[in-house]
Design a protein around this ligand. Structure first.
Ligand SMILES: *Cc1c(COP(=O)(O)O)cnc(C)c1O
Length: 403
């Protein structure tokens, strides 16, 4: 059997990035608005927009910054209410608070997706919606868009960890008004830090560009695509000097690290999906493990594996985590690891706090383990053996001693 590599290592940066990094070092050309044109950040915006099939892209310092700028671009007033899933990363409700808005948490089902009953019950109480596609698990975007469109409520997609996921033939991030992505090291494209937002709306794009820190006429250095550049010119003229500059720009250094990874995305998605689906099928055979089925229409781009433990007590769950770790597979149970940033009860900074029993019970049994696209099938089979073996070891002990 093959040894498992360190699954927490990030992916190496393609060597092609080197020559551009050397050029930036030699010239000191790190600021996106330094050169008169074709700055790497502007080029990566054009390439990313083309890759996703969006008209406009604005590269920024993180996905959290992209979410913040999305809400600001939508012109939401102070104390506007923004629905966010109760299963997301703490940075998401934080971006809502940063934008002077109030997060309203929506229940999540055992399948990690938006509970549409709770969503519908809360929709008339909110002014905007952020959908986090957690680890690429896509909620029913047709139902969500129908409910929001009927009320003219804007949807922002938090696709931080979902680059490459497709919903009914459409790229995730292009379904709502704005889509936001992350280039933090554990996402599909690794620049250490970084984010980008995409939209087809010229007005939103122009507002986001200015607020991201395009002071004076630096917006002219953005290579924004678009069928109608007159729309954009009008939007920039309209908003010149009218908006705060939050200075959340991306540096050229990040852009040259991102660019050579974009052509690798399709293969990463394909390999990640192969690894995930193979491993998921194997562990799903265990009586103590369930992998939620994908929704029809969803095609994910996984670099990690999520599954639920069933029929286990809290003590069994802890024992399972220890047994898997002893064999080299680190598993995190979202609701059980201390101070987990994806457990809503740890978001003590929220202005309004409510109990969400369904999301809580899901988080207490939902496991997360990395499964990088670079693993071989044999290595994935070893991961599956370790996980199913750990469950058997724990549950046969429980049975034997009759707790
Ligand atoms: C990583 C992540 C974020 C935050 O991205 P940053 O670029 O680190 O700000 C937001 N939402 C989700 C779902 C994430 O996975």
């Amino acid at each position: 059997m093959q040894d498992l590599p360190n699954m927490h290592d990030a992916d190496a940066i393609p060597a092609e990035a080197r020559s551009e990094i050397d050029r930036l070092f030699a010239t000191g050309d790190l600021f996106r608005y330094h050169a008169p044109e074709n700055a790497p950040v502007s080029v990566v915006e054009a390439e990313f927009a083309a890759l996703l099939g969006a008209k406009y892209a604005v590269a920024v310092s993180s996905c959290s910054a992209a979410l913040f700028l999305s809400l600001k671009s939508l012109g939401l007033p102070r104390d506007a209410r923004v629905m966010v899933p109760a299963f997301t990363f703490a940075a998401v409700p934080s971006a809502v608070i940063h934008a002077d808005c109030i997060p309203v948490l929506c229940e999540i089902g055992e399948n990690y997706r938006i509970d549409l009953t709770d969503f519908e019950a809360k929709i008339d109480d909110v002014d905007a919606v952020i959908i986090s596609h957690m680890r690429g698990h896509t909620s029913d975007m047709d139902a969500i868009m129908a409910l929001c469109d009927a009320r003219d409520i804007p949807v922002v997609e938090d696709a931080a960890h979902s680059l490459g996921t497709v919903w009914n033939g459409r790229n995730i991030g292009t379904i709502g008004k704005i889509g936001c992505f992350s280039f933090q090291s554990y996402k599909m494209v690794n620049a250490g830090e970084g984010g980008i937002l995409i939209t087809d709306d010229a007005e939103l794009a122009a507002r986001a560009v200015i607020m991201s820190g395009a002071y004076e006429h630096n917006w002219k250095k953005h290579m924004l695509r678009g069928d109608n550049s007159a729309d954009l010119e009008d939007a920039f003229a309209k908003w010149q000097n009218k908006l705060p500059l939050y200075n959340q720009r991306m540096s050229n250094l990040s852009a040259v690290v991102i660019r050579p990874q974009l052509p690798l995305l399709a293969k990463r998605v394909e390999d990640g999906r192969r690894n995930h689906d193979h491993t998921a099928k194997l562990i799903d055979q265990s009586p103590w493990i369930t992998v939620p089925a994908p929704l029809a229409g969803e095609s994910r781009a996984p670099d990690s594996l999520q599954f639920n433990l069933t029929g286990m007590s809290d003590a069994d769950v802890h024992a399972f985590v220890s047994a898997a770790a002893a064999e080299g597979v680190k598993v995190q149970v979202f609701g059980m690891s201390t101070d987990n940033a994806r457990a809503f009860w740890n978001w003590e900074f929220l202005p309004e706090r409510r109990e969400l029993p369904q999301t809580r019970s899901m988080l207490m049994r939902a496991c997360d383990t990395r499964l990088p696209a670079r693993l071989t099938i044999e290595q994935c089979e070893k991961v599956a053996d370790i996980l199913t073996g750990a469950a058997v070891a724990v549950m046969s002990t429980t049975r034997a001693y009759g707790t």
